[in-house]
Design a protein around this ligand. Sequence first.
Ligand code: BG6
Length: 460
Amino acid sequence: MRYRFPENFWWGSACSALQTEGDSLNGGKSQTTWDVWFARQPGRFHQGIGPENTSGFYQHWKQDIALLKQLKHNSFRTSLSWSRLIPDGTGEVNPEAVEFYSHVIDELLAQGITPFITLFHFDMPMVMQEKGGWENRDVVAAFCRYAQICFDLFGNRVKHWFTFNEPIVPVEGGYLYDFHYPNVVDFRRAATVAYHTVLAHSLAVRAYRAGSHDGEIGVVLNLTPSYPRSAHPADVKAAHHADLLFNRSFLDPVLKGEYPADLIALLKEYDQLPACQPGDKELIADGKIDLLGINYYQPRRVKCRDSAVNPDAPFMPETLFDYYEMPGRKMNPYRGWEIYEPGIYDIITNLRDHYGNPRCFISENGMGVENEQRFIENGHINDHYRIEFVSEHLKWLHKGISEGCNCLGYHMWTFIDNWSWLNGYKNRYGFVQLDLETQQRTIKQSGKWFANTAEHNGFD
Ligand code: BG6
């Protein structure tokens, strides 16, 4: 076999609570920011479809785990919902939620599928957002209590924990670019949210270690390698700044236990540093992880700014660089993201060379495509483009692993077509096609290909 992967490689997929569970206001669950935002502004969501309208994992979990088995998964990541487990954010634990998540975890284990559990995947309970969300340190403390409760309830069965999924995304979406609630555009507040998320992560890691649990804890980061337009120092500097803001603002604290000195200097220069308290430095040092999840979808290409900065304009990341469209780039036109397979290799070799080669795995990679029904052949979707997407990324991953990178698995986004935030069901990502009306599930060609690859631990 040409591309054989190391023994015990994790083959699986990822999803999140809010994007799959449905029953978003049943079973004792309280509202997240998404439920509230959707109720207020359904027009911002593709075709007016909100988080109550999903693949219904809350009801169909057993059937879906059977499908994961058919897809030859040996591991699977999903998230717990803070607002389902502790509806008022800080008080009583909801027994229905404990029962639901226990059933899911037990069934995964019974099917030989290792559960990977994320604590927070973009779904802030509204009660916590009303207190200021991540801008408020009390919410940070409440998150740590929630994490501790999860470790105590499920830590005997869950051995792979992740504090956050893509923590930079709620910063970008909620406080810079208006694609998450609370729709603020303010860099200083964004920096505070990012900083407090790192503190929340570190507190949860501390709590996990204090509990002497028998397992490992990490975080899932969306790493977008920053490529400069050219080797000109101005372009290189622009790419470095983008890397500091969007990658290293989380990567360095969780792997090195401290922020990059040049990120601190940069924010200081523009008077954007968040407020620190005594003890924060030690806390961040304690937030070092055992396992890094890497979500990779697209690179970030930048160049130096074409125009001078308006001194009266508020500071934004784009004060420091412009985006650059590489001629001839390969695009996923539905999502508007560049497809650049070598990026996955660049990420893991960078981790090997500059971060001590940490234990890591690809926790998300995938391709959302619109109107996939046009590819139906003999009753199922023949998504050859997705097979090509996955196999091309796997080839680069394989190369990195054969050159010594400590990458332990590959999880696809995602198992079944799911609800994609503002994009609703516009772009479909699954190995399994979902008919939203009938809830019928049909395995796509890519699902068959993946099952075969997982079963043989590689492909030709
Ligand atoms: C990742 C997230 O950013 O990418 C998922 O962890 C998300 O929650 C996925 O669904 C695909 O992005 P999108 O915006 O097309 O759904």
